[in-house]
Design a binder for this molecule. Structure first.
Ligand SMILES: [Zn+2]
Length: 305
């Protein structure tokens, strides 16, 4: 039988390898994001993403279930679409106070602090963001054990939305983590857009736990392909294309689904919104989330309707 000291030594090896891998991947992410900022844009626009015209000049309504969803899952999307060049107005409806642990009143205030950072990082000519938090546990209880009524979700969304051609962004049918409250938003949003001219985009759930907690690993591969596609005549692109299938620029730049990448500044803003805004949520595993979550470096949006 192995002694505890030996077992500890064995366990330390993968932890060390993982730590080195994360460190190298993070360095690669910094290099790739900055290289792309230079190649794709003129330096005045801090964006790595290609946003379709359908996501510009819009009244955008984010629909979330709990305070902190906006930064933990939608951070890159909110920060990207609030860039002044897209001329969007940003609004957020949260259907609970996140009172599952009895901290509802604290978490309401924390959501307002978080959105102060996320929605106003770049400033905008459009109307100030509107944030509404619904405090009604009879209809929208913060719990892992119950789905919310889709019709009630649609009605609440209808009360919040002020324009006929609104654009709603919420979770997809996977709800990122399968959380029934998140999934309820998808069902309710579908009901809402089926009754109105509004359009609906959903945040794609990661296909596996490895992807969900890959931080920069998978994002780096996508960024590298964007870099190659943005410089098709470069030595790097030609070498890559000789070894692999050429990357179609059109499928990366402007094709559906919409891929939204965080820059370093966006990532740090999201971390600040979480750590400063949602202070009561900063227990030990949240630091692990910020260190490993892919949702802080990349979002994929799919058009539902
Ligand atoms: Zn949530």
């Amino acid at each position: 039988m192995a002694c505890p000291k030996c077992a500890y030594s064995i366990l330390r090896i993968p932890v060390r390898i993982l730590a080195k891998l994360l460190f190298v991947s993070c360095l690669a992410w910094i290099v790739l994001t900055n290289a792309l900022l230079c190649y794709l844009h003129d330096g005045s626009s801090p964006s790595l993403s290609t946003i379709p015209v359908e996501l510009t000049n819009k009244d955008i309504y984010f629909l979330i279930a709990h305070p902190d969803d906006e930064v933990m899952f939608f951070g890159p999307t909110i920060l990207e679409l609030s860039l002044p060049k897209y001329n969007n107005s940003m609004n957020l409806l949260c259907l609970s106070t996140g009172n599952g642990a009895g901290l509802g009143s604290t978490r309401e205030l924390e959501l307002l602090k978080s959105t102060q950072i996320l929605f106003s990082l770049y400033g905008s000519q459009r109307p100030q963001p509107v944030v509404k938090i619904v405090n009604d546990e009879a209809r929208f209880m913060d719990t892992m054990d119950a789905e919310w009524d889709a019709q009630l979700v649609a009605e609440e969304l209808g009360l919040f939305v002020k324009t006929s051609d609104a654009l709603v962004i919420t979770f997809d049918e996977g709800g990122v983590s399968g959380h029934p409250n998140h999934v309820s938003l998808f069902e309710g949003a579908k009901v809402y857009v089926s009754q109105t001219p509004a359009s609906l985009y959903t945040l794609s759930s990661a296909s596996s736990v490895w992807e969900k907690y890959s931080f920069t690993l998978i994002t780096n591969w996508k960024l590298f392909k964007r870099l190659v596609a943005s410089r098709p005549h470069s030595v790097l692109a030609q070498a890559f294309n000789r070894r692999f299938s050429p990357i179609e620029v059109d499928t990366l730049l402007g094709g559906a689904p919409v891929e939204i990448y965080a820059t370093m500044n966006m990532f740090l803003a999201a971390v600040g919104a979480m750590a400063w805004g949602h202070y009561s949520q900063m227990v030990w595993f949240r630091y692990g989330w910020m260190l490993l979550s892919r949702y802080l470096t990349f979002n994929e949006l799919r058009l539902v309707q």
